[in-house]
Write a protein that binds this ligand. Structure first.
Ligand code: ADP
Length: 368
């Protein structure tokens, strides 16, 4: 019997592609801990780039098939599937206009892998609700998640997380974020009362928001979700120009996709080369007790808009009274209703966001 070598295993695994990233697992540095025991028992770890990756089982089976087909004499294969979120700065410099990413050089953000803006063309479409449920969903998969509420005019995180009277503390000149449901939180609502915030304008507002990024002890994060102020005004434009964003998620409702607002949000990100991870359609339909879907505001508007604008469609989330109630009660919807059809829709959209982040980072890494 010939001896099985680590090199043979690596060679076999280099024929397995990650279907999303279109490169093989060895090139993507996803294989580690290759071991051969008793001469013919093989084990290795596959490190995926999204937590709870939906392709996990498929990739695992492909690995087993490749080793069985290409390495003779293997008696057992043990594959450990693990995950490690990739970083948009990756400590290889940034993708914005060739300038170095601030997240690599400035201290508080040194260990923040990805900043994801959640934006909308106008207010009231459910942007904050999605941002909150996205953050909580990603945290549930085991990812380290932070959430910034940058809505100066109507901060919603204190209400949505049941933290109306909470105040962050200062440690070594930086603010320490609050933490609830596994998510680190910072909101303008924790610092000033909302009535005061309303008078904030332009430069003052955007510099306050930038402090949230740069002067908060975020420590290690896989994803920092940035709930943008709605719309495409001066504050928003300054933010997308200056924040080291990995990408943006645009939230819309079906009746609004026809409006110019959503296109304006798309153009705003494209103008400054921030990748748009995709579009989420919120309040897409109402699910009747018998399971049929009533598309109150028309069918698939968001999906068609995404396709015609070259955007990924991240998912459709139904109108659900309990989503609104969750927003008011202080416990995000998906924590109170795990497994419901609406939670499943939110979960799929959140996994799509994680997937698009991983694809965007792989594309940027390949372009360098
Ligand atoms: P935005 O951040 O875009 O201004 P919000 O997230 O504050 O919007 O949502 C506006 C209102 O709509 C809130 O009362 C929220 O609870 C409600 N809402 C958001 N998404 C849904 C949904 N899918 N079903 C029912 N109500 C929703």
């Amino acid at each position: 019997m010939s001896i099985i070598t680590e090199a043979q295993i690596i060679a076999a695994l280099s024929t397995v592609n990650d279907p999303d990233l279109n490169r093989d697992l060895v090139t993507l540095n996803m294989i580690s801990d290759v071991r051969i025991e008793s001469g013919n028992r093989v084990s290795f770890t596959v490190m995926l780039t999204t937590p709870a990756c939906p392709l996990k089982e498929q990739i695992k089976q492909s690995c087993i098939a490749a080793v069985n087909a290409q390495v003779p004499g293997v008696s057992a294969i043990e594959v450990t599937m693990s995950s490690k979120v990739t970083s948009s700065c990756g400590h290889h410099g940034g993708h914005h206009h060739g300038e170095p990413h601030t997240c690599c050089s400035e201290k508080p953000l040194k260990n923040v892998k990805n900043i994801i803006a959640v934006a909308s063309g106008k207010g009231g479409v459910g942007k904050s609700t999605f941002a909150v449920n996205l953050a909580v969903t990603l945290a549930k998969t085991g990812a380290k998640v932070g959430l910034i509420d940058a809505d100066l005019y109507g901060p919603s995180i204190p209400t949505m997380f049941g933290l109306l009277d909470a105040k962050p503390v200062v440690a070594e000149k930086n603010l320490v974020p609050l933490e609830k449901f596994g998510v680190k939180l910072m909101s303008i609502g924790f610092l000033v009362d909302t009535d005061t915030a309303v008078v904030w304008r332009g430069p003052m507002a955007s510099s306050a928001i930038k402090q949230f990024i740069n002067e908060v002890e975020w420590k290690e994060l896989d994803y920092l979700i940035f709930d943008m102020p709605p719309g495409t005004g001066d504050i928003q434009i300054t933010l997308v120009q200056t924040l080291p964003l990995t990408g943006a998620v645009i939230v819309t409702t079906p009746q609004d996709v026809a409006l110019a607002d959503v296109s304006k949000a798309v153009s705003m990100f494209r103008k400054v080369d921030v990748p748009i991870l995709g579009l989420v359609e919120n309040m897409s339909y109402y699910e009747l007790p018998d399971g049929t879907k009533d598309y109150i505001f028309g069918h698939h508007g968001g999906e068609i808009f995404a396709r015609t604008h070259g955007l990924a469609f991240l998912g459709a989330i139904p109108i659900d009274r309990q989503v609104r109630e969750g927003g008011d009660s202080g416990t995000p919807y998906i924590l109170d209703h795990p497994g419901s059809p609406t939670s499943e829709a939110v979960n799929r959209a959140a996994m799509e966001v994680a997937r698009r982040v991983s694809i965007t980072n792989a594309e940027n890494a390949a372009a360098k």
